[in-house]
Design a protein around this ligand. Structure first.
Ligand code: G1P
Length: 297
């Protein structure tokens, strides 16, 4: 049986330029879906999958993220004085055990592969997970947990996978499949952001990974790939070239691309509708505006 996955890397060094001006002073990962920052969804998913050590790869200007996971004694004291136990409970999810969380700086924006490589000494010689907080996945069983369960059977390396419309494939890492077993596929090759019309399939990599530590060794070579960046996809593809097994996992759940404005808004509506206390108001409002739009056509 493969070694248990207990460490996860969260690459959070990106500038978030698509969300300027907001991201001038607020890290993208602190932007909220309803009332919880993107990063909280990622952490909850990691915890559900059994992750015990959380490694953040950050950059200049991400201090708010570190504060977010700290205790807030003054705020907690105020809430306690006022008897607001529900709010105190909500805050508990934001706290981490001492020593369970580490921050590493990526000093230069050299790509996702480089960001993951920056955490190599903290990962050591064991399998690890990577979660891209921009990809928010709503699922009955959290996506990484689904993958950890599948990984217990397969070992190797595994990426989350989802069919995308063919014209969108060039925005993703894309899998070439050698064996399709339903939820699980065996990967023959993978290519980062293929030029339009050249993608080997429309099965795209989504931001959840369980990786062999050997991928970090591959990253040592620092080969630059698509967009001149050091790509994680390329380091995983090298595994296949070295005869190591790489799998794609078709997760169940709905993925939102919260790195785009439209995806972020869709996630906001969807997570809003999922909340009992908001559902009636929000759905009435949506119905109204849809009717108004129809009437205006
Ligand atoms: C990254 C990965 C890509 C993957 C995508 C999923 O790309 O490099 O392989 O398909 O995340 O969201 P990015 O969206 O950061 O350009």
């Amino acid at each position: 049986m493969p070694k248990k996955v207990t460490k996860a890397i969260f690459p959070v060094a990106g500038l978030g330029t698509r969300f300027l001006p907001a991201t001038k002073s607020v890290p993208k990962e602190i932007m909220t879906l309803v009332d919880r920052p993107l990063i909280q969804y990622a952490i909850d998913e990691a915890r559900a999958a059994g992750i015990k050590e959380f490694i953040f790869v950050t950059s200049r200007g991400k201090g708010a993220l570190e504060d977010y996971f700290d205790h807030a004694p003054q705020l907690e004291q105020e809430l306690r004085k006022k008897g607001k136990t529900e709010l105190l409970d909500i805050l508990k999810d934001t706290n981490m055990d001492s020593g369970a969380i580490a921050y590493i700086r990526q000093h230069k924006a050299l790509g996702l592969g480089h960001a993951v490589w920056c955490a190599r000494r903290l990962v050591g010689d064991e399998p690890f997970a990577v979660i891209l907080p921009d990809d928010v996945i709503a699922a009955e069983k959290p996506c990484l947990q689904q993958m950890v369960e599948a990984y217990a059977e397969t070992g190797g390396s595994m990426v989350a996978a989802m069919e995308v419309p063919p014209e969108k494939a060039s925005s993703y890492g894309v899998l070439e499949v050698s064996e399709d077993m339903g939820d699980l596929v065996k990967v023959k090759s993978m290519v980062e952001k293929p030029a339009p019309g050249t993608a080997p399939s429309n099965l795209a990599v989504i931001g959840r990974y369980i990786l062999s530590p050997n991928v970090l060794t591959n990253l040592n070579r620092m080969k630059s790939g698509a967009g001149g960046e050091i790509q994680l996809t390329d380091a995983i593809a090298e595994e296949i070239a070295q005869d190591q097994a790489v799998y794609g996992y078709r997760f169940s759940g709905q993925r939102f691309d919260c790195g785009s404005k439209s995806g972020f808004l869709q996630a906001t509506v969807s997570f809003g509708l999922a909340r009992e206390e908001l559902r009636d108001d929000l759905s009435a409002y949506i119905r109204d505006i849809v009717n108004m739009e129809k009437a205006a056509e």
